[in-house]
Design a protein around this ligand. Structure first.
Ligand code: GLA
Length: 388
């Protein structure tokens, strides 16, 4: 793969003197959805597919970026003195935002550079192709400019780029999973304290299967922000009597006892999801550590029901994939993953039943929804890094 990309670099940028190669994965969240902006826990892992990049420094102050995935847009070029989000620069606004974030911290990107990118994460599928290109750019900047910065800081800067330069109000889960991922492990991250712990994922005779609805997220960003404000409103109501900083600090019992404080019934449902999902994530990780995969799977199913009925971020495509999965032999658990409204589901399926799972769920989904779903049997890989 890298060899081929270096050849591509030569073709696009003239030669391949002094290039280096880098990689950042995509991610999938196993459980803990819509908790990362509520001070709760998440449990994502990095994947083995992601974004590759080949890069080298320039002597002037121009940045030249090219993506094999967007060949038709050609080389996108801008000066370090003009770091603005431009519609015409499309995907290149993500790496540009990261340069902007580094410069914001006076990390002194004083020379231009050129990069060829290639990603094999399905686009718009909710597997974090944007956080992946942000983190690979961070690793490139650290390396090309010899910046003394650790991965957690690069995670922060990538999130800053997404929030302030791109304008997407996401939490920290995606960037964290992609920066800090570890082979064969998921990360239990407390988004309140940023304390984290790796948990080995040993599914024995089962695997993680991602099913893609192939429905683009579309309206997701505005709905995402709406859910955030509903949770914030519920929190403000609770704070009138409770001394808490986030919904993640509450147990299920504490929420039920103070239910009357939340004025709006919809806001209560949103808060209920956030609180129960946070506790569910802790229970799921405990079950996993005790090798109780069945309980882990059952909690994944409960997570989906809560996202469907209380948080209302699923939709017919995600519900169809998950409900069909639940009917299949060998399925230990299945739920939507990521922001919702489209994108993917994550299922744990016994290896001997995976072929049937893909065949049956695929056929029934096409019949009901009218187009194909896609399926990927995935492995958990390491986080963003320079390649040898
Ligand atoms: C998106 C956001 C994350 C997180 C999830 C929902 O992926 O980027 O920060 O909020 O949705 O869990």
């Amino acid at each position: 793969m890298v060899k081929e990309l270096i050849e591509d670099f030569s073709r696009v940028f003239g030669d391949c003197k002094e290039v280096n190669a880098y990689f950042a994965p995509g991610r999938v969240n196993l459980i803990g959805e819509h908790t990362d902006y509520n001070g709760g826990n998440v449990f994502p892992c990095a994947l083995t597919f992601g974004t590759y990049a080949v890069a080298r420094k320039r002597e002037d102050r121009n940045v030249r970026l090219y993506s094999k995935n967007f060949d038709e847009l050609g080389i996108i070029e801008f000066s370090l003195d003009k770091l603005e989000n431009l519609k015409a620069h499309d995907w290149a606004n993500y790496p540009k935002g990261v340069i902007w974030a580094f410069n914001n911290l006076n990390l002194n990107i004083d020379k231009g550079f050129e990069v060829l990118f290639y990603g094999n994460i399905p686009n718009g599928a909710g597997l974090s192709s944007s956080a992946s290109i942000e983190l690979v750019t961070s690793v490139i900047l650290k390396d090309l400019f010899n910046i003394d910065i650790d991965m957690i800081k690069m995670v922060d800067l990538s999130k800053l780029a997404e929030n302030k330069f791109i304008g997407v109000n996401c939490g920290i889960m995606d960037q964290f999973a992609i920066g800090m991922g570890k082979e064969k492990c998921a990360i239990l991250l407390d988004t309140n304290t940023l304390k984290y712990d790796y948990a080995e994922i040993d599914l024995e005779d089962a695997s993680i299967v991602i099913s893609n609805t192939n429905k683009r997220r579309g309206l997701a960003d505005s709905k995402y922000n709406e859910r955030r404000s509903q949770c914030e409103e519920a929190l403000r109501d609770l704070q009138k009597e409770l001394n808490i900083n986030s919904l993640g600090e509450l147990s299920e019992e504490e929420l039920e006892k103070n239910k009357h404080l939340i004025k709006d019934s919809i806001n209560f449902k949103r808060a209920k999801h956030a609180v129960y999902e946070n506790q569910r994530t802790l229970k799921a990780v405990k079950a996993l550590k005790e090798k109780d995969i069945l309980t882990f799977g059952k909690l994944m199913n409960d997570s989906h029901v809560s996202l469907r009925d209380d948080y209302e971020v699923t939709g017919i495509e995600l519900d169809t994939l998950v409900e069909l999965a639940w009917e299949e032999k060998g399925v230990i658990g299945s739920r939507m993953t990521g922001a919702g409204f489209g994108g993917c589901t994550v299922s744990i399926v016994k290896n001997e039943f995976i072929d049937d799972f893909i065949k049956h769920v695929g056929e029934k989904y096409r019949k009901k929804i009218g187009y194909e779903a896609s399926f990927y049997v995935v492995n958990i890989g390491d986080g963003a890094r320079k390649l040898d």
